[in-house]
Design a protein around this ligand. Structure first.
Ligand SMILES: [Zn+2]
Length: 432
């Protein structure tokens, strides 16, 4: 499995990747991952396979939680396998993978976030040790494949690659369908709060029935049913089929991050890491690529969160619902966001009733219509920083004086992809 010397053409491609990505960063044209990877792949179309040879490789895919789970898995394996090469900026197509591997030592393990559409190709070409399958739900309606088609392609790739361990969320019927093709599935009860894309049975086209009471069971009359769990979440613990049980202490907030942590730890365990070591390392992660960070922006303090599609928004709205402070919601509809914002109608914005709400971003007027029908009084401020300031001031007014925001003196900002990254580009980090 050792790498051996790389062919001349591959070495040239690695050099090109490093130079172009470094130059691109130096010129301030972003993180340089796409440009660098593109240069390398132009010189050697098989660069990714060459760079992955001899490494321990894990892939992470799914509609929601990829970036967070990738980071948690990279952290979880570090003590046992060493520092992992990883596409930490969320650049989750082959250009990003090439740059992550070309700029790391050749013996480092690789933990890669993979776009759902690219996963089958990477499973076949890299033959990873483990693949983490989180969930499948509607996202970027103008660009991506329909989720059932994605599940079928995942299933075919896993069936053809029997050495891969598939760490799969058994609470998602589409993920279960896909991972049922794997020779070595590990079934994790990671939960599924958004079920609208999972009601049709992928096996018989009948209807999936979900058990009531939050136990996560589901079944179809054809016999397709949730598999017996290897890893279950019980209260704040993770419970294994062999009877072992571990607490899951987390700095990251929210049910979905607990699920991401358990999926990451299960994958690390599949790669030979001790459960307690994986969970202890994961507990030390306070933010991922800025998500959940507390930042200074426009003279105010804001907690920033990213939500890109209805499933993600539902989770983040659950997370902020116990709070009472002002909320800024930001929507753009650029290529990276998906240009069709009609998914706004699938998001339960009704949960923001009673809060001070400011709508912002390039599509704040679409958002405003949606909030109007959700009966959420709000203001509309196109500029994101001005929107945070407006929310902060409104919070100060409601508090009757100097203090602003909620009890912690902050505004919650929830944005989709470019709304989030635009705000972060104008923010300063003050803590997590
Ligand atoms: Zn069925």
């Amino acid at each position: 499995m050792s790498g051996g010397p790389l062919p001349v053409r591959t070495r040239a491609a690695v050099a090109a990747t490093r130079v172009v990505s470094g130059l691109s960063r130096w010129l301030g044209a972003g993180s340089g991952t796409v440009a660098g990877g593109h240069a390398g792949l132009t010189l050697d179309p098989h660069l990714l396979e060459h760079l992955a040879t001899g490494r321990r490789v894990a892939l992470v895919s799914g509609t929601n939680g990829k970036t967070t789970t990738t980071r948690l898995l990279a952290v979880a394996v570090e003590g046992t396998l060493g520092h992992a090469a990883s596409n930490t900026t969320g650049s989750n197509m082959p250009t990003g993978h090439v740059t992550a591997l070309a700029t790391s030592p050749r013996c480092a393990p690789a933990v890669l976030e993979v776009d759902e559409g690219y996963l089958p190709r990477l499973v076949s070409s890299l033959v990873p040790e483990a693949v983490v399958l989180l969930n499948l739900s509607r996202d970027q309606l103008d660009r991506t494949n329909e989720v059932r088609m994605v599940a079928n392609k995942w299933r075919a790739a896993l069936s053809a690659t029997p050495s891969v361990v598939a760490v799969a969320n058994a609470d998602d019927p589409l993920v279960t369908w896909a991972a049922s093709g794997a020779a070595k599935p590990i079934w994790v009860g990671a939960g599924l709060s958004w079920r609208q894309d999972a009601v049709g049975c992928p096996s018989c086209e009948g209807r999936i029935t979900f058990a009531t009471g939050g136990g996560g069971g589901w079944s179809c009359t054809c016999g397709f049913t949730r598999p017996r769990l290897d890893v279950a979440c019980v209260g704040g613990d993770v419970a294994l089929a062999d009877g072992r049980r571990f607490p899951v202490p987390l700095a990251l907030p929210g049910r979905f991050n607990r699920a991401n942590a358990v999926m990451a730890a299960a994958a690390a365990a599949a790669m030979g890491v001790r459960w307690d070591d994986a969970l202890r390392r994961i507990a030390g992660v306070h933010e991922v690529a800025g998500r959940f960070a507390v930042v200074g922006v426009g003279g105010c303090t804001a907690r920033v969160m990213l939500a890109k599609n209805p499933a993600g928004w539902r989770e983040v709205l659950d997370l902020v619902s116990p709070d009472e402070g002002p909320v800024v919601v930001g929507i753009n509809a650029r290529v990276a966001d998906g240009k069709d914002p009609s998914w706004l109608w699938d998001v339960p914005f009704e949960r923001l009733r009673g809060r001070t709400v400011v709508a912002t971003g390039e599509r704040c007027r679409d958002l405003s219509v949606r909030l109007h029908y959700a009966e959420v009084p709000h203001r509309t401020v196109t500029d994101e920083v001005a929107a945070v300031r407006a929310a902060w001031m409104a919070g100060a007014g409601a508090a009757g004086g100097v203090g602003a925001g909620d009890a912690d003196g902050r505004v919650d900002f929830i944005g989709n992809y470019t709304a989030f990254t635009d705000l972060m580009a104008r923010a300063t980090r003050v803590g997590a």
